[in-house]
Ligand binder design. Sequence first.
Ligand code: NAD
Length: 260
Amino acid sequence: SISGKTAVVTGSTSGIGLGVARALAEQGANVVLNSFTDSDEDHALAGKLAQDTGAKAIYVQADMSDGAACRKLVDTAAETFGGADILVNNAGIQHVAAIPDFPVEKWDAIISINMTSAFHTTAAALPRMRAAGWGRVINIASAHGLTASPFKSAYVTAKHGVVGLTKVTALETAQEPITCNAICPGYVLTPLVEAQIPDTMKKYGMTREQVEREVLLERQPSKQFATIEQIGGNVVFLCSPHADQITGTTISVDGGWTAL
Ligand code: NAD
């Protein structure tokens, strides 16, 4: 059981991260919520999660584009709850543009937030997992960690990198009670995806329903979005004893996308 263990979920004030944090809190884990902001609402979110689940939850501000801040997030979790047993690297942003037009600052932000942050948090968490004699690193990659789409150069590059880091982390911990895996969602209707809909509607002169079915779900054979709850359930599974020998691999939750 993960009751009483401590979970750090990066980028968890919204979407998949918040859903994963909720799923872990429902199992009794102490949860550290994170984003780059530091508002009353952020802290209230942790309060509500604790109230809803009976688990302990705090909010810790840390910008995942800052390596030192990534490491400090893990340290703060350990100082608060006595460990950092479950690390879910989830923070991520998107930008869509052709390579010649891709803004360099967007490239740098996506590479650092979506990929390099996981290196820093993992570096900080592994010694603590070793000291505790148990650990789980779960990277939220993407179907775009396994396949590509045009105009998403930074995102696809970062997510492929995360899948690579997942394998190396698994090999470096292979003989210890620590595992590292990546979950590769197809499209999940979160604020990140929601934000892409209006532009796409305008670009192709489509309705919202057309964009959802013909653009977003074009490559998702099930023609259904994956859900936040499904991602949370897979994270909980990876923390269970059934998953003790699952390491260095990817779990696709993509309605058949990567079978195409
Ligand atoms: P979201 O925009 O709803 O949530 C992203 C979270 O990251 C937010 O809490 C945001 O505040 C936080 N964040 C952004 N920049 C940050 C920074 N610099 N430092 C710390 N936190 C930061 O997005 P989502 O759809 O829930 O995506 C979560 C993860 O899942 C991302 O890594 C994304 O690439 C991945 N993913 C999403 C989908 C999808 O269809 N939604 C599919 C595959 C993979």
